[in-house]
Design a protein around this ligand. Structure first.
Ligand code: 9MR
Length: 369
């Protein structure tokens, strides 16, 4: 379920430049050597992270400032935050993140204009009555919503996850939602066309979570079919966002490189740019021992990132949070031993972990794009 919305007080306390100390002290446990942002930039990759407006700890924000050139709001641009009531539009949480990014010279991605999945639509939208001409009214609503959000942020958002997770992993087909009921595939086309119209300079991305692990075959097939249809119908889509929540299916050791390469080759063969949009490593199958676990996470990450960075079409890479205490995985798949997950580059005390070294090593080994 969606997290409770951040209050205005939290947002402002956490992110406004005015609330930050005038002189920001360096992170207590700063990583040595070049930042991930610098290592990535050397290879033509933009490195960044998700940020939630609920986060206010200065050391966390310092890590972002030190490491990231790109920020994506974790939840603040989702329809259940922006429009939790009909005809109400709340941009305050997203604006706080936009200010943080601007004040710190970071670019910004947008996530997401149409999360075509009923679990993440506000109740009023699920109950919506599109009237006697549902196709026309659904299109009017969708275009209007996308216009409001895109024009609010203008050119600050360089890349949008226009449509997120519309493929049902079990069937490989487009999910049933109020929009697909009214418009079928056209809701996807309309979302991208409206995004092109109202965010003409932004890269437009289809984003999904299919992985290289066993059990993902139908999901991968469905996503490739969607990417093909988008091209066949000349829908304006520039990039394919591969979320990369690796290990999330409990198969951290079951990498299937050949199948995964065939899948990505399919996407780049259709001339899509690639992005890693939400990288983290679910460690629920790894041992309790911290050192062993961190080593397993780092090894899985290096293996995955080496393969991904071999594609020169990939030029944006974002982690889904930079420290373990702020990872969604703590609540999503708690470990059976009850110890906290360790899925991100920094630990809960904001110390860099072997995962950070693995990311740095993969960036150093990556070919220039
Ligand atoms: O990390 C996000 C978590 O805080 C939210 O409660 C959840 C529902 O909005 O979404 C999480 O982010 C998801 C992202 O938006 C889309 N891909 C999967 C991410 C992890 O669930």
């Amino acid at each position: 379920m969606p997290n409770p919305l951040p209050t205005r007080r939290h947002v402002l306390a956490g992110l406004s430049a005015a609330a930050l100390p005038a002189i920001v002290s360096p992170t207590a446990f700063a990583a040595t050597g070049p930042s991930l942002r610098a290592l990535a930039a050397e290879k033509g990759i933009l490195f960044g992270s998700a940020l939630s407006a609920r986060i206010s700890e200065a050391p966390y924000l310092d890590i972002l400032k030190a490491e990231c050139g790109l920020i994506v709001p974790e939840n603040e641009l989702k329809v259940y935050v922006i429009s939790s009531q009909p005809d109400r539009f709340n941009f305050a949480p997203g604006d706080a993140i936009a200010s943080f990014a601007r004040d710190n010279g970071m670019k910004m991605r947008g996530h997401t204009l149409l999360w075509n999945k009923v679990e993440f639509m506000p109740k009023w939208l699920l109950d919506i009555d599109f009237g006697s001409n549902p196709a026309r009214e659904a299109e009017r609503y969708l275009r209007d919503y996308i216009k409001r959000v895109c024009t609010h942020y203008g050119d600050q958002i360089i890349s949008w996850d226009v449509v997120n997770e519309t493929i049902d992993p079990k069937t490989g087909e487009i999910r049933d939602t109020p929009f697909t009921k009214a418009l079928g595939f056209d809701c996807i086309r309309i979302a991208f066309e409206a995004a092109r119209e109202y965010a003409p300079k932004a890269q437009l991305v289809y984003n999904d979570y299919m992985s290289w692990e066993r059990g993902n075959e139908t999901h991968r097939k469905g996503v490739l079919k969607l990417l093909e249809t988008l091209r066949a119908k000349n829908v304006p889509v520039d990039g394919f966002g591969i979320q990369s929540h690796i290990g999330n299916d409990g198969h951290i050791k079951e990498a299937q490189h050949e199948q995964w390469r065939a899948f990505i080759d399919g996407a780049v063969g259709m001339n899509y740019k690639l992005l890693i949009t939400e990288f983290d490593v679910n460690d629920k199958d790894l041992p309790t021992d911290t050192a062993a676990r961190d080593a397993g996470v780092a090894a899985a990450a290096k293996d995955y990132l080496d393969l991904m960075f071999s594609y020169k079409q990939l030029d944006q890479f974002l982690c889904w949070g930079m420290s373990d205490n702020h990872s969604w995985l703590q609540g999503w798949t708690p470990r059976t031993d009850k110890t906290p997950q360790r899925p991100t580059p920094y630990d809960a005390q904001y110390r860099p972990k072997p995962l950070r070294d693995a990311i740095a090593a993969a960036l150093k080994a990556a070919p220039k794009r």
